[in-house]
Design a protein around this ligand. Structure first.
Ligand code: NAD
Length: 367
């Protein structure tokens, strides 16, 4: 059982670490006027867009006001389900008309991976802030162009790194930053699942860019970076494929290692071939954090050298994320590094992993 002291310590840590994200939560009973909310249009109304839209119903600083879809039936359904004004629902053909819509401040790209680049560039050109799903792009070059386009247009670019906003991950980062874990020695990160439909876009290179690594391995890359606070200096990787027909175009299972300047090593893995594979274990000289599940929609669970972790799991990650991003854009609040630059760093590592695989596991140096 937790002592009162433990409880107070936790409340106080929670108040400190989540203060900025909680700006939104505190406003729950007192929603700001529409002019003080970030009004967002989702682009590509698939399964993730639906999750984001549902989560945004509980946001206070962000509000869903528009959508872009190629399917007229979806326009009707979304207008009904999410209370959208039909005039704010666009097709891919008249996407640019959104430019002059005063009800939309930002667009959120939830299209297949290889389409992110084109739509981020088009959104930036319209002067709208952009949130783009992970992986940000399918190449380093594309990611650089997306950052440059948003910079030139004077708009913000965020990547849908929802973990950066949810309480367990924030606590892990806080413990690392304050030195509670001591010098970080090792990270073990893995995430994967058994991929279903063999005809889905995720298995087509032209749309997905890559397989498990691009889709969910990216969480492990990102986690190893926020767990150490460092950028890797070398990488080595291996791939294994048990079903070369289904995974003809994209990777199935990859394991890789990353070395950091401090000497810390991350051992990581990702797969499209089996379930129950999701954990982040961070070991420092003074303590540890283990999150498992660590990257899925939750509830995230965890323990540290101090005992079980217990944080707010009542909100969807995307609610934290969208209120957090709105707070960053509207009020200059913290962006928790969920920026285009963060996405670019992950893309550089993804390319290095594929490079190592192509060279039979050769150690690739990163500058
Ligand atoms: P999905 O297949 O459910 O949705 C994709 C949408 O894009 C559909 O509405 C589809 O109609 C539309 N689309 C437009 N052009 C298309 C084309 N040429 N081919 C296929 N679809 C096309 O996929 P999803 O799971 O919603 O994933 C969308 C994006 O969101 C991906 O980049 C994915 O990585 C990301 N995602 C992120 C998370 C997260 O937790 N952050 C979770 C799931 C997906």
């Amino acid at each position: 059982m937790k002592s009162r002291r433990d409880f107070l310590r936790q409340v106080s840590a929670s108040t400190l670490t989540l203060a900025s994200v909680a700006v939104a939560a505190e406003a729950a009973t007192n929603s700001p006027p529409a002019s003080k909310q970030l009004r967002v249009a989702l682009v590509g109304l698939g399964s993730y867009a639906e999750r984001v839209a549902t989560a945004m119903k509980s946001c206070t600083l962000a509000k869903l006001t528009g959508a872009v879809t190629g399917t007229p039936a979806k326009a009707d359904k979304w207008a009904k389900d999410f209370g959208l004004n039909k005039a704010n629902i666009y097709s891919y053909q008249n996407f640019e008309d959104l430019k002059n819509n005063p009800d939309i401040d930002a667009v959120y790209i939830t299209l297949p991976n290889s389409m992110h680049h084109e739509y981020v560039l088009r959104a930036a050109k319209m002067g709208k802030h952009v949130i783009c799903e992970k992986p940000m792009s399918v190449s380093v070059k594309q990611a650089q162009e997306m950052i440059a386009a948003c910079k030139a247009a004077g708009v913000k670019l965020y990547v849908g790194y929802r973990m950066h906003f949810e309480p367990y991950t924030r606590e892990l980062i806080r413990m690392r930053q304050t030195g509670e874990l001591g010098k970080i020695m090792h990270v073990n990160a893995y995430f994967g699942f058994k991929s279903g439909d063999p005809n889905q876009w995720r298995l087509k290179k032209a749309l997905a860019g890559g397989g498990a690594l691009m889709d969910v391995g990216i969480y492990c890359i990102n986690a190893a970076r926020y767990a150490t606070g460092e950028e890797p200096v070398w990488i080595s990787a291996e791939e294994s494929k048990t079903d070369p027909v289904k995974f003809k175009e994209v990777d199935e299972t990859i394991t890789w290692q990353m070395g950091f300047p401090s000497g810390a090593i991350a051992a990581c893995a990702t797969t499209y071939n089996f379930n129950n594979f999701e954990r982040l274990y961070v070991v420092g000289e003074k303590g540890f954090v283990e999150l498992s599940p660590a990257y899925g929609y939750g509830p995230i669970k965890g323990r540290t050298h101090k005992g079980e972790m217990s944080w707010d799991t009542s909100k969807m990650h995307q609610t934290w994320q969208m209120d957090g991003m709105a707070n960053a854009i509207l009020n200059g609040g913290p962006d928790f590094n969920a920026t285009g630059e963060e996405g670019l760093r992950d893309m550089k590592i993804i390319e290095a992993i594929y490079q190592s695989i192509a060279a039979n596991g050769k150690k690739i140096k990163l500058v």
